[in-house]
Design a protein around this ligand. Structure first.
Ligand SMILES: Cc1cc2nc3c(=O)[nH]c(=O)nc-3n(C[C@H](O)[C@H](O)[C@H](O)COP(=O)(O)OP(=O)(O)OC[C@H]3O[C@@H](n4cnc5c(N)ncnc54)[C@H](O)[C@@H]3O)c2cc1C
Length: 320
């Protein structure tokens, strides 16, 4: 079942690998583009295919061969099934996106899946929000947690490696839980942007909002993953706005500071020409401290957490 790597090569004999291989090739065809967010290099021996992106972009996104030679064969306890990585986008040393050769259709953007991996005798599972749209190859936006049980191992995986995927989608952090309102704010820090990428890739559900404002907090400019995709969306549809908020660097094209400080100072609303008030609904995702501060700020404005029986103005998803 598991691809063996004892001799540094990959065993192609596992059942179904052929079809996955073809699917992956289809996915990877012509992946190198200057305009899009996807620009990859594939040194994987498994796919024997390489798309080399322009040198100036190579630092940003690069497929990588896995480094799992020291780990033995893996078995997948139900309900997990093997899913192979077909694309890796390395945004920074501690931020990457992976695309798997599974195409879950039965989920709603904003929901999360369980990914699993065996480390020694232990099977470790964690929750990850889909960044892909339903029916598309599953994509996840991941951050490395130093000393964490799973992510240091996940970050050793490269194109052609397998991990466990449970196709049962979970969670209620979805647009179906957002009441009627004029403006939708999609506020995140770090990988909390992932569920919004999924929502934005399935634009139909967003048609009911007059404006959709994506706010992404990160420490450095390079951590603003998916920015090309978001800027392209704003350029093609004026209903969408995207604001980068960068805490440890000056950001000339966005705002400098933390999400909560630029809200408090009025810079954020000034930037988009829109008040975060009664006519708005905010989804907030990522770092729990940011969420707590954001919730306190919204409550101070008289806004309430949304409940089905008592419509409010914000929902949140804490990642830890
Ligand atoms: C609903 C949900 C959706 C999630 N979606 C994503 C996602 O799309 N992308 C993603 O990268 N993560 C996501 N997470 C977090 C993920 O499930 C793991 O917690 C994270 O990857 C760390 O796993 P680990 O085993 O490496 O660390 P662990 O061994 O589980 O954690 C080690 C310590 O780090 C803390 N910690 C956990 N996550 C972080 C973090 N990101 N930054 C700093 N400290 C942290 C924990 O509180 C713990 O004390 C989500 C979590 C939830 C609950």
């Amino acid at each position: 079942m598991r691809i063996g790597r004892d001799d540094g090569t990959l065993d192609r004999s596992d059942g179904g690998a052929g079809s996955r291989e073809r699917k992956a090739s289809e996915l990877m065809g012509g992946e190198c583009s200057r305009g899009g967010a996807v620009c990859l290099r594939f040194p994987s021996p498994f796919f024997e295919e390489e798309g080399v992106c322009p040198p100036e972009q190579r630092r940003m996104v690069e497929g990588s061969k896995g480094a799992l030679d020291s780990l033995g064969p893996m078995t997948f306890p139900p309900p997990f099934r093997p899913a192979r990585i077909v694309r890796t986008t390395v945004w920074t040393e501690s931020l990457r996106s992976v695309v798997l050769d599974v195409e879950p259709a039965r989920f709603v953007p904003g929901q999360f899946f369980q990914l699993g991996f065996s480390v020694g005798e232990k099977w470790i599972r964690r929750s990850y929000s889909a960044a892909s749209a339903p029916g598309a190859p599953a994509e996840f936006f991941l951050s490395l947690v130093p000393g964490g049980e799973l992510t240091p191992n996940l970050f050793k995986l490269g194109v052609g490696d397998e991990l466990g995927f449970d196709e049962a989608a979970l969670g209620f952090f979805t647009l179906g839980e957002v009441p009627e309102c004029r403006t939708l704010w999609l506020v995140s820090t770090g990988t909390g942007l992932g569920p919004y990428i999924s929502m934005l890739r399935e634009e139909n559900e967003l048609r009911r909002f007059e404006r959709v404002i994506v706010v992404h907090g990160a420490r450095t400019k390079s951590e603003h993953a998916y920015s090309e995709e978001l800027n392209a969306l704003c350029a093609r549809d004026p209903r969408f706005s995207y604001v980068q908020v960068t805490s440890r660097e000056l950001n000339e094209s966005g705002l400098s500071g933390r999400v909560t400080t630029v809200l408090a100072s009025g810079e954020l609303e000034g930037r988009v020409g829109e008040e975060l008030g009664e006519q708005s609904h905010a989804l907030i995702c990522g770092n729990p401290q940011m969420i707590e501060e954001m919730v306190a700020a919204l409550r101070a404005r008289g806004l309430r957490k949304h409940r089905r029986r008592e419509p409010g103005h914000f929902n949140f998803e804490k990642y830890w």
